[in-house]
Design a protein around this ligand. Sequence first.
Ligand SMILES: *Cc1c(COP(=O)(O)O)cnc(C)c1O
Length: 458
Amino acid sequence: MQSTDLDTFPCSLPPGRQSHTMLALIRQVVTRLEQWHEDAPQRLPLPRSIPLPPVAPAPWGLDAARLMEDLEPVVRGSYNPWHPGAMAHLDPPPNPASVAGELVCAWLNNNMLAEELSPLLSRLERRLLGWIAQRLGLGDDAGGVMASGGTICTITALVTARHQRGLDGQQACLYASADCHNSLAKALRVMGLPAAALRLAPTDASGRLDPHRLDEALEKETEPILAVVATAGTTVRGAVDPIGPMGDICRRRGLWLHVDGAIGAVCGLGGQRHQERVAHMDRADSLTMNPQKWLGIAKTSAMVLLRQPQALADAFAAPLAYMEPARVAHGGDCGLQGTRPAEVLKLWLGLRHLGQHGIEELLDGALQRARTLRHALAPLPLIMPSGDLHIVCFRPRTAGSSEAWSRHTRQLLLDQGLMLSRPRYRGERYLKAVLGNPFTGVEQIAAVADAVSASLFR
Ligand SMILES: *Cc1c(COP(=O)(O)O)cnc(C)c1O
């Protein structure tokens, strides 16, 4: 039998040096990872210094020991999601099974471009996304495709919507809430539409799009409308737009409804209590969901789901002459990306690892931590916009510079290993905590409240 010994893989160690590179390195990385992991709570969420390792390849290849030396500063200089104080963004510690899935995915090195290069994994992606789409109520024919992040998924959905509505190459506009994500602006740019084609409908006091104002604006619109976007979880405060009423309006007016559920759509995988937070997602024609955020599947893990997934190939398929024809549309026919890793593997393994109870525990834990933080901050003189998910943002009630206060307080918190972010929202700076890190405990939450309190009563 022909050997494909990993240690005979081409590399150019100095003459006389033995290779043992691949297998030894993989073993050493796994062993070392245990140690890095054990030390993670001692490394700040955001490292103070970030010295780069050498960049260019050395004249001779490096053996496993030297490669491990290269990796050390990378770990020390990286953002550390495992620290219990890491609560700045939607980047929680990764699900361990998804990390293992990522390693196997890299070793398999299949390509989702075409069936023959990913015979099982392409089917697995269609099957799993079909299951998720059905779970969200998008219907028996529903399904979709994974893509590298929510932005690309939303661009994919909107290009598809435009094609379905026969608006390719024409002036058209898009409606969304004033708090929508910047990926919509990017989508318009990709589609060659002016920035003004994004029509922002006002939100109410809870940060949710006001459907009556939307309806009024749609009534007066003179340009063709390529889609209406409901955000299921806004990035700064986690508000969920009224998807049901927006769906009614879209149905009555014959419009395409896209749900940007990058943050919140995963609630549709939880029990009824969680589903109610993002109710009526079943009204979507297309939907973006990012399991890389709240569910902590290793990045990237994002998908676009459609009620009629063949619309993807209608919009994107271009002859793939160098591949064997397939029974169904190739992965490369269903979106912007050509070659694409089998990201479904880590998602599938991660969900199998969590189980239905694990998903609910993860969602519940984050919601509970958010309640605890809101409760701890409630006595303080803060403006704290409401939200529907696991995100808490706030700023001082007193007039004064929220810019200076937020910068100072973020640093105060960082010095204690507590990382919050500092979004700009309606002309002011806020501090924002995302409570998706399952290792964040009451201790860290109390420390945040104490530091914020100290910042206000200096
Ligand atoms: C994060 C986010 C996106 C974009 O997702 P990426 O994976 O960062 O591209 C889109 N919409 C909302 C509401 C988000 O929070």
